[in-house]
Design a protein around this ligand. Structure first.
Ligand code: SF4
Length: 340
């Protein structure tokens, strides 16, 4: 079993976020009458490395259950990692949390925020919007009481809501408005890095585009850095500078958004891209239908994890795991049949 890395406290890299060899396994337990036994591990995130530069948006795409949300929560230490390292602005995030230093932990929590997938679950239905938006200031003690109301009105204005919305409860809003309240809350403490977990899931098309536009506008105004997670490649392509494709706990391809869209190299990415609707039918793009379901992360397939569903599987794919290698500048792919 892996142990948490003891790598250095400070990293000299110029990237705002640097993730190195991140692993998160969950135990699979069998409960007997007398005792509970561990009978395996769910390989939710398996040796993932990447970076995000300041002001950049990295899109992270993959089917449901591929480990995207676990990766996001592990980066923020909302769930502890099995091994690996995350640096934020040169600081080792896991070391800070393990140190128990409350002021440093609060500072990291302020700078690294997450916009949770479902606003219903984290906007308390018994609290007014004013109370919801005041809470981060109160918990972190960053504003005097008399200044908090002004700050709440500024947040509402920032996300396109009106001052009178402050006295209403979450159930009185539409899905799009609730998403705006979540964004206001996530940005209340002026973070530098924001994880967007399915930011437009279950919204209508026109509302999706409004929310994505708002997120892009706020990123430019506040120089934010985003990790945007979605199973919907269409949304990812709209907001991202680069895209990482995840399959069964591993990254299989990373490239800038244009390369991923026009020249995907990995067979899984090609299948995802082929499902994105195109306006011009002359592109001649054929839909690739993948066979079967995503295999279980408890016993991932040997060799290339994608081989049971890949239309190009060779013998080597079943025996040897392909590594994520640079096939051209800034374009990484993990496939035996793709080389630079
Ligand atoms: Fe398909 Fe083999 Fe490439 Fe995996 S390594 S994606 S199975 S061709």
């Amino acid at each position: 079993m892996h142990v948490i890395s003891t790598s250095s406290k400070v990293n000299n890299s110029e990237h705002l976020i640097e993730v190195k060899g991140l692993v998160k396994y969950f135990p699979v337990l069998s409960r007997g009458i007398i005792r509970t036994k561990r009978i395996g591990w769910v390989h939710a995130v398996d040796n993932v490395s990447f970076h995000i530069d300041e002001g950049e948006t990295l899109g992270l795409v993959g089917e449901s259950g591929c480990g995207k949300t676990t990766l996001a929560r592990t980066i923020l230490y909302l769930i502890p990692p099995t091994s690996g390292t995350v640096y934020f602005d040169g600081e080792n995030v896991f070391e800070v949390f393990k140190s128990g230093d409350k002021s440093k932990i609060m500072e990291l929590r302020r700078k690294m925020q997450i916009l949770f997938q479902n606003p219903y679950t984290f906007l308390d239905p018994r609290m007014t919007v004013k109370e919801i938006l005041s809470e981060p200031f109160e918990v972190h003690g960053v504003l005097d009481k008399e200044k908090i109301t002004d700050a709440v009105f500024k947040l509402l204005d920032m996300v396109g809501l009106e001052p009178y919305h402050a006295d209403r409860y979450p159930h009185e809003f539409s899905g799009g408005q609730r998403r705006r309240i979540s964004i206001a809350r996530a940005l209340a403490l002026e973070p530098k890095f924001l994880i967007l977990d399915e930011p437009v899931a279950s919204l209508d098309m026109s509302i999706r585009s409004q929310i994505l536009k708002l997120l892009i506008k706020l990123q430019q105004e506040k120089k934010l850095t985003y990790l945007c997670i979605s199973h919907d490649l269409n949304s990812i392509l709209h907001v991202s500078d680069r895209v990482a494709v995840m399959y069964l706990g591993k990254f299989v391809e990373i490239a800038d958004v244009e390369t991923i869209f026009k020249k995907p190299a990995h067979p899984y990415t090609k299948a995802l891209i082929s499902a994105v609707p195109v306006i011009d039918p002359k592109t001649g793009r054929e839909r690739i239908i993948l066979q079967g379901e995503v295999p279980s992360a408890i016993n991932p397939p040997k060799g290339c994890r994608f081989h049971p569903r890949c239309p190009h599987t060779k013998d080597i794919c079943k025996k040897r795991e392909p590594q994520l290698v640079e096939i051209e500048k800034g374009h990484l792919c993990a496939c035996h049949l793709v080389s630079g």
